[in-house]
Write a protein that binds this ligand. Structure first.
Ligand code: ADP
Ligand code: MG
Length: 274
């Protein structure tokens, strides 16, 4: 008995690593990155919950061909508990489905936000990781999910508009919400060098105009297999685990499991590929 109590206690106090995956511009690959990273983390024996916070189209359940009965809306209205709403995805990942089309969700009230936090804290089987797939841009909801996250991954592509929009997002989170730590993930690159160039461009801008250093989390190669996987409503990680882009995602998953050595305040230093 005392052992059981001990176990319960340690499960309760276990820290959930909450990571938001966000972007200034839509269509940069957040949802696919979140889904594949969650799968890889689960393979690494880390319980992972995807919080689908994008109420728009092409959300997680759609790309995985899942048809959830309930979603975030039912949790917020108190009709269902979080436990009743969370569904199982491939490879043991858990998914809290979003509610596409439900307009009320585009801006949560304070009460709803607190209720959601309470529910998360009282989950019986707490995850190791919670990956939040946010929508793009700088609306109030995106800000909220980035605020509650301990870590923010900003996804960009080499496209100039993706960079300018990501810069605008970082600027708002830093200046208005005092967020200081941003990990850049450069998606859809042809080479590692291209990713480095994109990162340097972004880091120079944040350093110069905001006096803020950002971190290079990693890059993901452009991969035609990804579109094939999406068409089949399967994960790239399941269908093409040997794809070069999967090696990139694996490196990122490993990095996420490493405890951060960096102090919050590391102004002036650009951390690059370390
Ligand atoms: N590394 C990549 N290589 C090729 N296509 C990609 C890659 N990442 C994402 N895509 C494609 O880009 C599109 C948008 O991806 P998605 O994950 O829905 O973006 P977001 O969630 O940011 O809107 C999808 O059609 C997806 O297949
Ligand atoms: Mg998406």
């Amino acid at each position: 008995m005392p052992n059981n109590i001990q176990k319960e206690k340690s499960a309760d106090s276990k820290k959930i690593c909450v990571i938001s995956v966000t972007s200034g511009k839509g269509g940069v690959g957040k949802t696919n990155i979140v889904a594949n990273l969650a799968y890889l983390l689960s393979q690494m024996k880390k319980k992972t919950l995807i919080f689908d916070a994008d109420c728009g189209l092409a959300n997680i359940d759609l790309i995985l061909g899942l048809t959830p009965k309930y979603n975030l809306y039912h949790v917020l209205t108190g009709e269902k508990t979080l436990k009743e709403t969370i569904i199982n995805g491939p490879g043991g990942i858990k998914i809290l489905p979003s509610s596409s089309g439900i307009q009320e969700l585009t801006s949560l009230s304070k009460g709803q936000k607190f209720a959601l936090q309470d529910e998360l804290n009282s989950l019986h089987s707490r995850p190791d990781f919670m990956l939040i797939d946010t929508s793009a841009g700088i609306n109030e909801n995106v800000m909220y999910f980035n605020m509650v996250a301990g870590d923010i991954i900003v996804v960009v592509t080499p496209e100039p508009t993706s960079l300018t929009d990501a810069y605008a997002l970082i600027k708002v989170l830093y200046q208005r919400h005092a967020k200081k730590r941003f990990r850049l993930l450069v998606n859809m690159v042809k080479t590692e060098d291209e990713a480095k160039e994109v990162f340097i461009r972004m880091a120079q801008a944040t350093n110069h105009f905001l006096n803020l250093s950002i971190e290079h989390l990693g890059y993901v190669l452009y991969d035609e297999n990804l579109a094939l996987a999406v068409k089949k409503q399967k994960l790239l990680a399941e269908l093409y685990p040997g794809s070069p882009s999967m090696d990139c995602l694996r490196d990122i998953a490993v990095k996420l499991c490493q405890p951060s050595q960096e102090p919050e305040d590391h102004d002036g230093i650009i951390r690059f590929f370390n």
